[in-house]
Design a protein around this ligand. Structure first.
Ligand code: HEC
Length: 136
């Protein structure tokens, strides 16, 4: 009976860790998709409808650091386990990214295309800063 319990606990904790991995990979796919949509809207000059997109990105990045518990670095993840020892640096990049999205949203509300483009570029730079350091 005890052995059965141990196996069960092991199984369930593995399932939970995998769930975090799936969630964060889906968040990134979403982020990627939203950025492409935003690029299209920027090209067509439809600045107002960018509000919602940058708002969604802001929400994604706000939640993102919560999807990396210590036990979630095994299996089908590409996240570097460096995150565990450098949480401050990781959280800082996520926060910065969230703030670029927030600034882009405000600029879109103000119909300020140049500012939106600037912050859109900053958002794209954030992919690289984070991936080069924390993605395998
Ligand atoms: C704060 C850090 C951070 C930022 C900012 C970030 N990423 Fe990621 N990204 C990651 C990590 C970590 C992974 C690996 C997640 C895993 O496999 O567990 C990842 C994985 C991905 C994946 C693969 C998802 C999958 O299906 O496995 C894509 C696509 C992606 N990122 C796109 C982007 C784009 C596009 C941007 C910028 C517009 C971006 N990311 C910004 C950390 C970040």
């Amino acid at each position: 009976m005890n052995r059965f319990l141990i196996v069960l606990i092991f199984f369930v904790s593995n399932l939970l860790a995998n769930d975090f991995i799936t969630q964060r990979q889906e968040s990134m796919q979403n982020f990627n998709k939203l950025m492409r949509e935003a690029t299209q809207l920027l090209k067509s000059g439809d600045v107002q409808s960018l509000n919602d997109i940058y708002g969604e990105i802001e929400i994604i990045m706000n939640d993102y650091p919560n999807l990396f518990p210590d036990e979630s670095f095994k299996g089908k993840t590409k996240a570097s386990s460096d995150i565990i020892d450098n949480r401050n640096a990781f959280n800082e990049i996520a926060l910065e990214t969230e703030q670029w999205a927030s600034l882009a949203k405000i600029a879109a509300k103000n119909n300020d295309i140049e500012q939106v483009q600037q912050h859109h570029q900053n958002l794209y730079s954030s992919c690289k800063s984070c991936h080069s350091r924390f993605k395998n």
